[in-house]
Design a protein around this ligand. Structure first.
Ligand SMILES: [Fe+2]
Ligand SMILES: [Fe+2]
Length: 140
């Protein structure tokens, strides 16, 4: 069975697999690893979203704005959680619980986003790679 994260675009598939790994690491992070784990996820997500956003800009598909907005919303949530982690008021248990909730949410979100939204980007990239040019059959 194909993974719900596999779209057949090597670069996107690799990025999504790495996102999944970083989400799993966030879930398992010990309290002292929490901030660095969240920062690593934030950095990879931002790089990956920037790649897709550039394609979405070129596509001018009806769904593009919604897709770009969703990327921005995810980064905003990560930043909000990061700001909470930086505060003095949270206990270690509360921080761990918050990160696990975030990780579970992202784990559920990722395959859905890939299938519902990124699939369109993968199709666009494939069309661009192969130029949409018809196959030429030359008679001898
Ligand atoms: Fe993606
Ligand atoms: Fe996306």
């Amino acid at each position: 069975m194909t993974s719900p994260l596999t779209l057949g675009d090597p670069a996107l598939d690799q990025d999504h697999a790495h996102l999944q790994e970083l989400i799993a690491q966030l879930f398992d992070a010990r309290p002292e690893q929490a901030a660095s784990s969240l920062d690593a996820l934030r950095a990879h997500a931002a790089r990956h979203f920037a790649v897709e956003d550039a394609d979405l800009l070129a596509m001018q598909d009806g769904n593009a704005k919604c897709h770009v907005d969703e990327h921005a919303a995810v980064l905003k949530s990560l930043d909000e959680v990061r700001a909470l982690l930086g505060g003095e008021t949270m206990s270690a248990e509360a921080r761990s619980a918050l990160l696990r909730r975030l990780a579970v949410h992202l784990r559920d979100w990722l395959p859905e986003h890939v299938q519902q939204m990124d699939a369109g980007v993968a199709a666009h990239r494939s069309k661009r790679r192969f130029g949409g040019a018809p196959v030429q059959i030359v008679r001898r």
